[in-house]
Design a protein around this ligand. Structure first.
Ligand code: NAP
Length: 483
């Protein structure tokens, strides 16, 4: 069992109190690297989720000043930085990513709270210079109200930071639902909110248990104004359908299928280094991970050699060991999906260059899949169409700019893409042709607190980060005032 000063409670947090479910029901949290049973965490019933919504509604009766919000946001950022090592350790134990990466994710999360603290002015009323029809026009940014925040397991602290920071900035009250595989990092965050930041009762509530029930309760409750969801496109579609009866406002950050494009004039060593960062971060389990590597024919041999050389050096193991580069997949389904994608690619003619050979898993938890590179990626392969969400880099080839733009866009997803070329005019043409929201040019860098991030096409709608991310939780109210 896990022991941590940040985990004095494994219960829900409702109306400023740690709350045990009346049913006494719990669910297990397992370490994907070892199969160790880490904790039994509270699973709520519908009435208890409704109690959380009512607590949030009550909290909104006392609006907070900009100064107060600034203090909360900077307090959370400071506490996350101070506790980065312990948060990183909890994250490593329940997710499997390395401890170092987990601590880095705590820093990343802190950045969103700090950004929102520094940009509260975005929410101050503004008066329009023009006075159409003789009125003075003022725009007031009102809190959207009670908001439901549902997050996945792949960035247990990073994803909630994007949503909760903006919700606090806009003076909303939140109902937070972590992924069932990674509730412990969220419990650690709530310990910080409760003990260190002392957020008023009802401002942030933590609910855990059946995802379907919690999602349905948030979407069907008239007092929930916004549901902000990060997760799979499959669940996102379900939420869209269920949001219709109440015309509920949604923000959906969904799946990706990122092309990583390398032109013949690129700095190949730099591109290979960036591919390693993009592809193997979180063991390939990120929505912005390079999913399809597309290399211009004349440099394909040279580029592939550089990637294989780097992949051979990666050390697979328990993320608690200091020299581990890559941990386990989060569960059996995740492991089997990668194994299936590798086998499917090889069966359809791809050449295995490094890795592969994974055996079927006989446990439900984790599974260490070797980092794998295959060459000869084609459109009929599963790893072309689907997000592999694991350590497989499939490499395909192209001849012309027009061809690679068409190949890259051949997916229903539109989240992240990467382009490597030293030719500025070419980069501008290609980026303009790509139907992806986040496009790294000569970098594999992912999102940052300062910039809007989100999906095009079936990767969702709404933005997180930047001014756009804050406005997702505000209602712009317009007041024309006559003479
Ligand atoms: P998921 O299965 O869709 O789950 C995400 C969250 O939704 C979890 O908290 C889950 O709870 C909950 N959930 C599941 N079914 C639900 C329902 N019917 N109603 C309401 N909530 C429900 O996704 P995942 O496997 O955790 O995450 C991986 C996916 O997230 C990938 O597709 C990845 O690309 C995407 N992602 C996107 C972004 C982005 O910014 N666009 C960022 C990160 C990840 P339980 O855990 O209890 O099932």
């Amino acid at each position: 069992m896990i022991d941590s000063p940040l985990l004095p409670h494994l219960d829900a947090y409702i109306d400023g109190r740690w709350t045990q479910p009346a049913s006494g029901k719990t669910f297990k949290v397992i370490n994907p690297a070892t199969g160790d049973h880490l904790a039994d965490v509270a699973a709520l019933a519908r009435e208890e989720v409704i109690a959380a919504i009512e607590a949030a509604k009550k909290a909104l009766r006392t609006p907070s000043s900009f100064e107060q919000r600034h203090a909360w946001l900077t307090g959370i950022a400071k506490a996350l930085r101070e506790h980065r090592e312990e948060i990183g350790r909890i994250l490593c134990l329940e997710h499997g990513k390395t401890w170092k990466e987990g601590a880095g994710e705590a820093d990343y999360a802190a950045g969103f709270f700090a950004y929102c603290a520094e940009h509260l002015d975005l929410l101050k009323p503004r008066t329009l210079d023009e006075k159409p029809r003789g009125c003075t026009w003022t725009v007031q940014y009102r809190p959207a109200g009670v908001v439901g925040l549902i997050v996945p397991w792949n960035f247990p602290i990073g994803m909630i930071a994007k949503k909760l920071s903006a919700a606090i900035a806009a003076d909303c009250a939140s109902i937070v639902k972590p992924a069932s595989k990674t509730p412990l990092t969220m419990l650690a965050l709530f310990t910080i909110l409760d003990r260190i930041v002392k957020l008023p009762a009802g401002r942030a509530n933590l609910v855990m248990g059946s995802a379907g029930m919690i999602g349905d309760t948030l979407l069907s409750h008239p007092d929930v104004a916004v549901v902000s969801f990060t997760g799979s496109t499959e669940v996102g579609r379900e939420l869209i359908e269920k949001s219709a009866p109440q015309v509920k406002r949604l923000t959906l950050e969904l799946g990706g299928n990122a092309p990583f494009i390398v032109f013949e004039d690129a700095d190949l060593d730099h591109a290979a280094d960036q591919l390693m960062l993009s592809k193997f971060r979180g063991n390939g389990q990120t929505c912005v991970c390079a999913n399809r590597v597309l290399v211009q024919r004349q440099v394909a041999d040279a580029f592939v050699d550089k990637v294989v050389e780097r992949v051979k050096k990666l050390k697979l193991g328990n993320g608690m060991e200091p020299d581990t580069d890559i941990g386990p997949l989060v569960d059996r389904a995740g492991y089997e999906k990668v194994r299936q994608h590798v086998e499917d690619a090889v069966a359809k003619g791809a050449k295995l260059l490094v890795g592969g050979g994974a055996k079927p898993l006989d446990t439900e938890w984790g599974g260490f899949h070797p980092p794998t590179v295959v060459r000869g990626l084609t459109r009929d392969m599963l790893c072309w169409r689907e997000e592999t969400f694991g350590p497989l880099a499939p490499v395909g080839e192209f001849e012309t700019e027009a061809q690679v733009i068409e190949m890259a866009n051949d997916t229903e997803f539109g989240l992240a893409a990467y382009v490597f070329t030293r030719d500025e005019a070419r980069a501008q043409r290609v980026i303009a042709g790509l139907q992806f929201q986040h496009i790294g040019w000569n970098t594999g860098s992912g999102p940052t607190p300062e910039a809007p991030f989100g999906g095009m096409k079936q990767s969702g709608f709404g933005r997180e980060g930047g001014a756009e991310g804050i406005y997702e939780f505000a209602e712009a109210q317009t007041i024309p005032r006559g003479a």
